[in-house]
Design a protein around this ligand. Structure first.
Ligand code: FES
Length: 613
């Protein structure tokens, strides 16, 4: 059976009984699938006139009668019955997100794992028939180099290298291992890759391990996104599909290879110059990178398969760098606090602070750490999807068409990424919007949207015109149909406000419990680091206004960009930093919020919108 995907013009073979989403994934056509194909998010809309099986219950629930009349279907539900032409509308296409690739300082003293030695090896003679390798080892010892063991790769390179330039060779060593031998005239670049593997995005940095300089950076949407926006969907896919784990593992390796190609091309070097790779990611991404089953992470007691820093050869993973290159991941802290948090801790050095400091990394999940060198505690909250734009009717990632800034001051003003018609709202825009709705009285502190009548009687008549619908169906029209992409308005529903409220409540409750556990108050905290894409772009005033974070009267609030990526770069440039990452693991405590009897109480209180809520 043939399936054609428009507007891409891709024609693929499909089997009867496959869903359109499965056929799209096999054909490399990206369709948004926020819920991982469970029929609950309604984001995988496609349009098809014929060739598909009957509408399912899930489709009837998620699509309006008008949409059904126009031929809209859900790609994850619609079964292929015959040749079919499918249109993937704009809103269902996965667009490149704005990816945060900058971070804080990365200040480490250069102490990489790789060293180079240049020596001149004397020629063997008939009187001294020394073997090439013995000759090299002898020369290195005489030059004061540490004792090195050859790898098979290096042994294979030695004879030709030795005779190409009158015995002048350069050796690249990884610890005690000789990994490469080249004629001195060839010259070597010693490079490394640091990765931040996020649930949504993958960022890779090409670093010069001899100078510490960052040569290039590239990023991609995590290709696993097609199997769901959050880690729970990915774990579900890995469990339910016999090929699931392999597919997810392969996807991430593929993305890392694509990034290697891009950055080495940008920097005009070759992938074979990359001798070391360090990656961070949440625990699920970490497991999927190594091809380790993440299933246990999703079930109580939520234990990871491994916590320690792992190191293996790149070839074992299929990474296209120098074959002897080693790949490391920073250690995980717990099932829901991964190597990315270790990276944040390494970059913010929270474990060395004299006075209490807080780091919050809000990506698809929300992890936080509070403390100092005395005591440091981390926890994780199920907060992310609302801030990343998923699971909201108006939500989207921070890509072109997303509203990222909103101000409401009697009038509504907003900024759209890419200066194109608005398609939805991303996390930072949503926090601004809800802060504005709260301050202008459109919602009250319980999150309830006021009706137009009540607003008109107050001072919000302009705003009142934007409120449509009744009760739970009430909506706030942020963008009218004339200004929205495809003539569609951007509507923020009462349910969207509730979703944000749940996410904000979870994060705020996490902070409150960490403060309580350490026996301090917000006034004792001297520094707050906001990490991750969302943390970096969110306006602290809006975060305070809705009560996402409490007032910290004595703290500097610092957006620190991609601190997890900075931690990976530090560990790549410095063996001491990699060791420190393991030491952090010893120092940091993990608090399981679901095991705290007071969590529900704190959560209920933290749901209240407002500076004190
Ligand atoms: Fe199809 Fe969510 S409804 S992927």
């Amino acid at each position: 059976m043939k399936i054609k995907f428009q507007p891409y013009g891709v024609i693929a073979e499909a089997e009867a009984g496959q869903t359109v989403l499965q056929a799209a994934n096999a054909a490399g056509v990206d369709i948004e699938a926020v819920c991982g194909g469970r029929g609950t998010c309604g984001k995988c809309r496609i349009i098809a006139a014929q060739g598909l099986g009957p509408l399912t219950e899930a489709e009837r629930r998620r699509l309006s009668p008008e949409e059904i009349a126009q031929g809209y279907r859900l790609a994850c539900q619609a079964l292929i019955e015959g040749d079919v032409a499918v249109v993937v509308p704009e809103e269902s296409r996965i667009s490149e997100v704005s990816i945060l690739s900058t971070g804080i300082g990365d200040s480490v003293s250069l102490d990489p794992w790789l060293a180079t030695y240049a020596v001149q090896v004397p020629e063997a003679t008939i009187e001294d028939q020394v073997a090439d390798m013995d000759n090299l080892v002898r020369t290195l010892a005489a030059a004061g180099a540490p004792a090195l063991r050859p790898t098979l790769t290096a042994a294979r390179q030695l004879p030709a290298a030795l005779r190409a330039d009158e015995g002048r060779v350069t050796i690249v060593a990884q610890g005690q291992r000789m990994v490469r031998i080249v004629p001195a005239s060839t010259g070597v670049r010693v490079l490394g890759m640091a990765y931040d593997i996020g649930t949504t995005t993958v960022v890779g940095y090409l670093m010069d391990l001899q100078t510490g300089e960052q040569l290039a950076v590239a990023s991609l949407l995590n290709p696993q996104t097609r199997y769901g926006d959050d880690v729970v969907s990915r774990i579900g896919f890995s469990r339910d599909d016999p090929q699931g784990l392999d597919t997810l593992h392969h996807d991430i390796i593929q993305a890392m290879n694509t990034i290697i190609e891009r950055v080495t091309h940008q920097a005009k070097v070759t992938p074979a110059d990359v001798y070391a790779v360090v990656a961070v990611g949440n625990t699920t991404m970490h497991h999927l990178l190594w091809g380790i089953d993440p299933e246990a992470l999703a079930r109580s007691p939520y234990v990871p398969a491994v916590t320690e820093a792992l190191g293996v050869r790149a070839t074992e993973l299929g990474l296209r760098v120098y074959p002897e290159a080693e790949v490391w991941t920073l250690p995980n802290i717990a099932g829901w606090v991964g190597a990315d948090t270790t990276g944040v801790l390494l970059a913010t050095r929270l474990h060395t602070h004299e006075e209490p400091a807080l780091a919050i990394d809000i990506g698809t999940n929300g992890e936080m750490a509070l403390g100092s060198r005395e005591r440091l505690i981390t926890c994780s909250t199920a907060a992310g999807p609302a801030f990343e734009g998923a699971h909201l009717s108006c939500g989207m990632r921070a890509a072109d068409g997303a509203i990222d800034v909103v101000t409401i001051n009697h009038r509504v003003e907003y900024h759209v990424i890419g200066d194109v018609p608005a398609r939805g709202v991303c996390g930072s825009g949503l926090v601004d919007l809800v802060a504005g709705m709260l301050q202008s009285g459109v919602i009250d502190s319980t999150g309830m949207m006021r009706d137009a009548e009540a607003l008109r009687n107050g001072n919000g008549s302009e705003l009142a015109d934007r409120v449509v619908g009744e009760g739970r169906q009430r909506q706030f029209m942020l963008v009218d149909p004339e200004s929205g992409a495809g003539g569609r308005p951007v509507l923020v529903t009462q349910r969207d406000v509730r979703e944000l409220q749940l996410a904000k409540g979870a994060i705020r409750a996490g902070i409150q419990i960490l403060l309580k556990e350490l026996g301090i108050t917000a006034a004792d905290v001297k520094r707050v680091y906001l990490a991750g894409a969302f943390g970096n772009y969110i306006r602290p005033t809006s975060a305070l206004a809705i009560g996402l974070i409490p007032e910290f009267p004595n703290a500097d609030i610092l957006p620190v960009g991609n601190a997890a990526g900075s931690g990976a770069k530090m560990a790549l440039l410095s063996r001491a930093a990699l060791r420190e990452a393991s030491a952090i693991l010893e120092h940091v405590e993990y608090l399981e919020l679901s095991g705290r009897p007071d969590f529900q109480e704190e959560f209920a209180e933290a749901m209240i919108f407002g500076a004190s809520g």
